[in-house]
Design a protein around this ligand. Structure first.
Ligand SMILES: [Ca+2]
Ligand SMILES: [Ca+2]
Length: 247
């Protein structure tokens, strides 16, 4: 339909309007031009749609992170419900929850669904009509140990619906970048970090026994109480926890 309107618009079009061609031709050109322009322009009028977007974010491996879904100006749009589904990479993230506390949808009911790996869906609705712009909902994740530090993991909308589809939505996904995690917490007495306290830890203490920080052979891992020397105090810590393990 748009294509059929192109030739008359081109032929009589702007030239006819600007230079003042013959009256009927000019009228036809103006009418077809207006129809053509309105057909071409109406799908891209951005004021019609409300934008949903996810900003770039980052977080340490092992940490809990909150990633917002932001919403553009909602004033006067009568928004009282939304359905959003975001896909993410399970190598980097695992979704745990979604909340609206402190967002512009604070007070709405929210039903997060994280049952499908790599996907978080939220159904939300409220009696209070939205106004303004800002964070719409916070998505909560745990950064996975398999995440690559510095990698760029996309979060994409696979569903974004406001009310029953009116107003329309323009959605833009985001990127998550993992950061290095802290040292995992060791159980007391675990000198070699294998989450067990046993003869291997005792061996490390024996090899470093009597050594002070700065000495050749001083092993900071064997210095269980971090006081700068490996001595009977460290052996006592090991002995008290001998046999312990994580999970
Ligand atoms: Ca150990
Ligand atoms: Ca010590």
């Amino acid at each position: 339909m748009g294509k059929g309107l192109v030739p008359p618009f081109r032929k009589g079009g702007l030239g006819g309007i600007l230079l003042g061609g013959e009256a009927p031709l000019r009228t036809a050109a103006i009418v077809s031009g207006i129809v053509f322009l309105s057909l071409m322009i109406s799908p891209v009028v951005s004021g019609q749609n409300v934008q949903l977007s996810i900003p770039a974010s980052s977080g340490a491996i092992g940490a809990e992170v909150s990633i917002p879904v932001n919403i553009g100006d909602t004033t006067g749009r009568e928004i009282i419900a939304a359905e959003i589904t975001i896909q993410y990479d399970t190598q980097a993230l695992s979704a745990t929850d979604a909340t609206v506390l402190g967002t512009i949808a604070d007070g709405w009911l929210i039903f997060p669904n994280t049952a499908t790996p790599g996907e978080i869906s939220v159904y939300m609705a409220g009696a209070n009509v939205l106004s303004g712009s800002g964070t719409f909902v916070n998505l909560h994740f745990v950064v996975q140990s398999t995440a690559q530090v510095g990698g760029m993991y996309p979060l994409n909308f696979t569903r974004a619906l406001l009310n029953e589809g009116d107003p329309g939505v323009v959605s833009q996904g985001g990127t998550f970048i993992p950061e290095p995690g802290g040292e995992p917490e060791r159980i007391p007495g675990d000198a070699n970090g294998d989450d067990r306290v046993n003869h291997l830890d005792l061996l490390k203490l024996i090899l470093s026994y009597g050594k002070n920080s700065g000495d050749a052979g001083y092993d900071p891992d064997a210095d269980l109480n971090d006081d700068g020397n490996v001595n009977k105090d460290d052996v006592i810590i090991l002995w008290k926890n001998f046999g312990a393990s994580k999970q």
